[in-house]
Design a binder for this molecule. Structure first.
Ligand SMILES: Nc1nc2c(ncn2[C@@H]2O[C@H](COP(=O)(O)OP(=O)(O)O)[C@@H](O)[C@H]2O)c(=O)[nH]1
Ligand SMILES: Nc1nc2c(ncn2[C@@H]2O[C@H](COP(=O)(O)OP(=O)(O)O)[C@@H](O)[C@H]2O)c(=O)[nH]1
Lengths: 281, 281
């Protein structure tokens, strides 16, 4: 099996940590990546980065329950990190398009037996936990990519927000998404799905945008259990505890439940739309 | 007594909440201020705000232990909220300069008996708790204002960070500040200060940048105490608990200990520097 996930959002929102938490492996390097910051140039006004958004691809082969997963994680260091972010969405859109183009070119060859699917199957967009609503850059980016890949918005570092604040924040985000006509990933409901399947799908999708917390560190809770989480002087937040955050639901969506559907929707709908538009120009 | 505090940083960093917590009064309105967002204009690329940074002044008269404090809080809604923030520091610098100009003009009149001091005595800059380091906009803004007002950087919503992360983050911020030659407020040590005073000053200032948490809500702790704080499913963070955050230290600096020194340094050093430069042009 294989999966290509793109991950974007401002620096320091726990994106690397969350990917590592999802797959329980050190796939990306969290924390301050010096090389991603090296385009900062000191000017007379202070710091002016060259407004560079890089695209980085990290490939890993994972095995779980005897099943191999060839995972490709595409990250976007530099996004949102400049004083002027007007063009920061462009390298991201270019990357998505280039992967479509590669597939288009491969599928039009005579020998097509071994096409490698490098298209983006899922786009995780990380929203800063301000508690207010989407900001201008969030909306700009999401509108640029929502018709090219399966968009899954997440609320980053949601341990910053109380349960009440998460509820209100999600309402405002969903209102913004509706107002801006932004399409987020929606699994198909099949007529022959049983009630249990429909209910399971509903329970996952009603959490969107997913309020996530990530951690690969093991910590001890007050009642002595060892869990993946973050330890504060006032308590321990548990990543795998559904009372604490939506991590489990996001993992069910991405890996357990809708992995094939993410790829099918990319291949049958999003790619076909891109191909039709490109060939009819 | 009187005090003029300017507060700046990206939207949703808990600035309004922190001011209300410092003075235990609903001085500013926290949360999503619709009127601050009304300059968002929907363009072909998605949302393009008119890049407007507004300057808002809120005045209140507070009384504590029979002492009256005439407080003026100057906020900067819109700062950092656009896709292109290249000029977002300008309205802030203009405001500081205008207040210097007003004083200069008042002090050169014949009748100077009732000059109202509207100069900025303290500038609280809120840093996003990414855990990484200062970003380009932080550095740009701080370099523009650090020689015009007493700069006090704070780490916003520090309950996002574990104790270890706060320690590392503070080191990186202080390194950035040193590298960029940014001056932060530093109280004078007087030769005749006793050891206790010097030690008290040191204990406060070594916390800079202050890792703050704000809340005016009262919540109940696990052991039954009622405190100002934030209640999460995994625990209660207490604003006035020095094991949880640096709030007490910041309040000691601003209100209890260095209020007069902040004003004196503004009047005797920062204003005089501005006046000398202006008159010699
Ligand atoms: N509060 C909180 N901090 C987190 C979470 N996930 C990661 N962090 C911390 O945030 C910092 C940045 O994480 P990183 O994964 O490098 O963020 P990235 O720049 O978006 O890839 C690190 O100090 C992490 O330990 C989370 O869910 N909650
Ligand atoms: N985690 C956390 N949230 C906070 C803190 N202070 C305020 N908030 C929440 O952050 C949101 C924005 O606060 P607000 O004061 O309006 O931020 P402002 O836009 O910077 O003035 C509100 O939901 C607050 O309850 C804090 O210290 N920690």
């Amino acid at each position: 099996s294989f999966l290509n996930i793109m991950v974007a959002g401002a620096s320091g929102l726990g994106k690397a940590t969350l990917i590592n938490t999802l797959f329980n492996r050190e796939i990306l390097t969290p924390g301050f990546n010096e090389e991603d910051e090296e385009d900062a140039v000191d000017g007379p006004n202070g710091l002016h980065k060259k407004n560079v958004v890089k695209i980085k691809t990290t490939e890993s082969t994972l095995e779980e329950d005897g099943v191999k997963l060839k995972l490709s994680v595409i990250t976007t260091p530099g996004f949102g990190g400049s004083v002027n972010n007007s063009d920061s969405w462009k390298p991201i859109v270019d990357e998505i398009n280039q992967r479509f183009d590669k597939y288009l070119e491969a599928e039009s060859r005579i020998n097509r037996s071994t096409i490698e699917d490098q298209r983006i199957h899922a786009f995780l967009y990380f929203i800063e936990p301000t508690g207010h609503s989407l900001n201008a850059l969030d909306i700009t980016l999401m509108k640029q990519i929502h018709e090219k890949c399966n968009l899954i918005p997440v609320i980053a570092k949601s341990d910053t927000l109380t349960d009440e604040e998460i509820y209100d924040f999600k309402q405002r985000i969903l209102n913004d998404i509706k107002f801006q006509n932004i399409k987020t990933f929606k699994p198909l409901d099949y007529d022959n799905d049983d009630d249990e399947t429909l209910s399971y799908t509903k329970q996952i999708m009603e959490k969107l945008p997913f309020a996530v917390v990530g951690s690969t560190s093991e910590v001890r809770t007050a009642d002595g259990r060892v869990v993946r989480g973050r330890s504060y002087p006032w308590g321990v937040i548990e990543v795998d505890n559904e009372q604490h955050c939506d991590f489990i639901k996001l993992r069910q969506l991405l890996i357990k439940r809708f992995l094939e559907e993410l790829k099918e929707h990319t291949a049958n709908v999003l790619y076909e739309k891109y191909r039709a538009e490109k060939l009819s120009r």
